[in-house]
Design a binder for this molecule. Structure first.
Ligand code: GLA
Length: 332
């Protein structure tokens, strides 16, 4: 049982915080794991634009407030996630009264009002924010993802504006740019160029979030190391923000497994052991490692990229018991 093994976050206290995402449900169903093993919490969905600001004049802070209160009660850090993203927005944000796109000035005002309201409310409680999420293109020559209403309406400066508004709302919060496929060399170079440009302009940015949605085959340790080195060369701190280790390569759409095989569990344990050893090497630069879920029963990967396919990407199993991967990252 989990209480018989040493606390994960206490073991890693000399290196970095260890977090997980949470939902209103897991604050209850996974309370024991959260309290014992993690010292940083990220709301999986309830600080995103759509859920927290559903109509122009209404904010719904109920679930975010609950999560922040839970964190306070149990002395956990809170990572704020996320202010500006192309997904999970309320439809009104980009629309004018006729249903067309609003103009640039209107959208900038909306963005400023939103960021100011949300960040001010959690000043002192949320220690860092993923200010802009996933603005970089996965492939092709463009640095920025073209299919984003923020980019289409405001232009590339939506990114720096978001950081400026967040900094004005809470000058003490650490501000992050967060993205996935962050260790893939082409995208890594684009993220690096984007963030270097922001730094050169004096934009208040303090860190890069490496989402780290990885699998047991990919990316290579060398690519992960290279990404850490390159981002760290900008003089910023790094957070691993959404770590999970899928049992399937991305292209693998097999659906025949009811349980992970012994080989999968072993390979996953080996990978977790390797990446945590690497994170420890860069402790000081890496200051938070957050898993995208407390246990295998609550992972978004049960529905992505194959709906309804079981996956087992985390450190605790479906019954909340420690997996081989957990045992291995505790052994050093
Ligand atoms: C992205 C987002 C997260 C979450 C995951 C999928 O990585 O940053 O908030 O939505 O996708 O669960």
């Amino acid at each position: 049982m989990s209480e018989l093994i040493q606390s994960l976050y206490k073991k890693y206290e000399p290196f970095f915080a260890v977090g997980t995402c949470v939902s209103p449900r897991t604050l209850e169903t996974h309370k024991e794991l959260l309290v014992n093993h993690f010292n940083s919490l990220t709301s999986e969905n309830h600080m995103k634009f759509g859920p927290i600001h559903p109509t122009p004049d209404t904010y719904d802070f109920t679930q975010a407030d609950r999560m922040v209160a839970f964190a306070k009660e149990h002395s956990k850090l809170v990572r704020g996630h996320t202010l500006v993203w192309h997904n999970q927005n309320a439809p009104w944000v980009f629309q004018d009264e006729g249903g067309g796109f609003v103009g640039k000035d209107v959208l900038l005002k909306r963005m400023e009002e939103h960021i100011n309201t949300v960040v001010s409310r959690y000043r002192g409680a949320v220690y860092c924010w993923d200010v802009v999420n996933e603005a970089v293109a996965d492939s092709g020559p463009d640095v920025l993802r073209q299919k984003s209403p923020w980019l289409e309406i405001i232009g590339p400066e939506f990114i720096e504006k978001a950081f400026e508004y967040a900094h004005a709302a809470d000058p003490d919060a650490l501000l992050f740019y967060n993205d996935y496929n962050e260790s893939q060399p082409d995208k890594r170079d684009k993220i690096y160029r984007l963030v270097r440009g922001l730094k050169e302009k004096g934009v208040p940015i303090h860190g890069i979030g490496l989402q780290a949605h990885w699998n047991i085959h990919w990316p290579s340790l060398d690519d992960i190391r290279e990404a850490i080195e390159q981002y760290a060369s900008l003089g910023l701190q790094l957070h691993i923000t959404e770590l999970d280790m899928s049992m399937f390569a991305f292209e693998d759409r097999r659906t025949d497994l009811a349980e992970p095989t012994a080989e999968m569990l072993e390979k996953q344990a080996e990978r977790y052991e390797q990446v945590f050893a690497l994170f420890r090497e860069y402790a000081g630069v890496i200051t938070n490692v957050t898993l995208w879920g407390a246990a295998d029963d609550v992972t978004w990967l049960h529905n992505f990229p194959v709906r309804g396919r079981k996956n087992w990407p985390l450190l605790f199993d479906m019954q909340h018991k420690p997996k081989p991967a957990l045992e291995r990252i505790m052994r050093f």
